[in-house]
Design a protein. Structure first.
Length: 116
């Protein structure tokens, strides 16, 4: 028999809580504790003349940003994905254009089947 393990979440069910949340926070702290000093070291090395270090000057902040992104995603496992706001008028216009395009394609297909 397998047990089903559910993550503890807040009462509204959209945020990780308890020990699991503490572990996620600790992961972020460790990520930033590595990325920030590494960035400072690479800046000093790049200014000192090591041209390869310039690549790492940009890499460490990107890695820190990814750590922050993952921290947020792990802390809020049930958060719905964000969607861009759509203007109702433009959406209706797009739907009308799509319907017209599909009709045109259906007419082309009927014409092609009729000539074969």
């Amino acid at each position: 028999m397998s047990e089903r393990h559910e993550q503890p979440t807040s009462p509204d069910g959209d945020r990780l809580t308890g020990k699991d949340a503490a572990r996620v926070h600790l992961g972020l702290v460790l990520c930033l504790a590595i990325c920030i000093p590494a960035f400072i070291i690479e800046v000093a090395r790049a200014i000192g003349g090591n041209s390869l270090s310039w690549a790492y000057v940009f890499e460490w902040p990107i890695l820190a940003g990814f750590g922050i992104y993952m921290w947020w995603k792990l802390l809020h496992p049930n958060a719905p994905p964000r969607r861009p706001a759509v203007d109702d008028e433009s959406a209706a216009s797009d739907d009308a254009d799509l319907i017209a395009w599909n009709r045109y394609l259906a007419e082309l297909q009927e014409h092609d089947e009729g000539t074969s």
